[in-house]
Design a protein around this ligand. Structure first.
Ligand SMILES: [Fe+2]
Length: 182
């Protein structure tokens, strides 16, 4: 279950309807999609996945992709696998733990571990949304956001794309407020 944390007040929200209502003005949506793919569980349990195992995991989860292809027109998907000691963690953190936008939407299905997406609400308040396995998040194009891992430093997420190349980050240089690390 996702948790929303406010920076200034340290208020925490766990009610799904309240989280949805808070993010709705940004067009950000969150859905729960149960992980049911045959054979997925054993692959998800591994912290790291070799290339062949990543292909097998995507195949096991492709019922979701096929539905999104039909309903949303997404054409491609790939898998992000991050774990403690991943050689690119510092570089990736430097890229995405800054307020940015993309020309294309950002669509992620969290299938293992946890991740933290941050947003700027219409009144300027900053919030961080911790998402877990089974959470599917959609961030529209041009919406300011950031991403970071929490202390567990472990996530597997499927990324869905309608067009390649539209997700290069454009940094807005907005200063991040302080958040406790959930
Ligand atoms: Fe992003």
């Amino acid at each position: 279950m996702a948790t929303l944390q406010y920076a200034e007040s340290a208020q925490r929200v766990t009610d799904a309807a309240q989280i949805a209502a808070t993010l709705a003005p940004l067009g950000v949506t969150l859905q729960a999609i149960p992980l049911t793919g045959a054979g997925a569980a054993a692959l998800l349990a591994q912290p790291q996945l070799a290339a062949e195992a990543q292909v097998a995991l995507l195949a096991a989860l492709d019922e979701v992709f096929q539905r999104l292809q039909r309903e949303k027109g997404y054409q491609e998907r790939d898998l992000v696998v991050l774990y403690p000691g991943h050689p690119q963690l510092p570089e990736l953190n430097a890229r995405f733990h800054r307020v940015h936008t993309h020309d294309d939407e950002e669509v992620r299905y969290i299938v293992d571990g946890e991740g933290v997406f941050g947003f700027v609400l219409e009144d300027g308040a900053q919030v961080e949304l911790t998402v877990h396995a089974g959470d599917y998040i959609h961030i529209p194009a041009d919406v300011e956001h950031w991403f970071r891992l929490n202390d567990a430093q472990r996530i597997k997420a499927v990324r869905y794309f309608s067009a390649r190349g539209g997700w290069t980050p454009h940094y807005t240089d907005r200063a991040l407020q302080h958040f406790p690390n959930p």
